[in-house]
Design a protein. Sequence first.
Length: 97
Amino acid sequence: MAYDPGAIDATLAAAVGDEPQLIAELREAFLDGVHRGLDGLERARDAQEWRVSALRLKGLAASFGAIRLMAIATEAAEAELRNIDVLRKLRRAVERL
């Protein structure tokens, strides 16, 4: 699956128009949410918390057009608690945002 670095900005521009400052603020809010979602996965105490955190992250990614992050969050929701490979993939995807 290819990564499109402009997908998030394009999604935001389609939603709010040509408002660079608003786009920047929304992008920052998105990134804050993504980091909280990743933190929730890393701190999950059981499989249910893990799954809920992964699905929240998936929903957030879908809302902003972050297709690769959404796909990996889907993989996380189906993985076992604290799956190291999935967490590594998520961290890399977040770094690329």
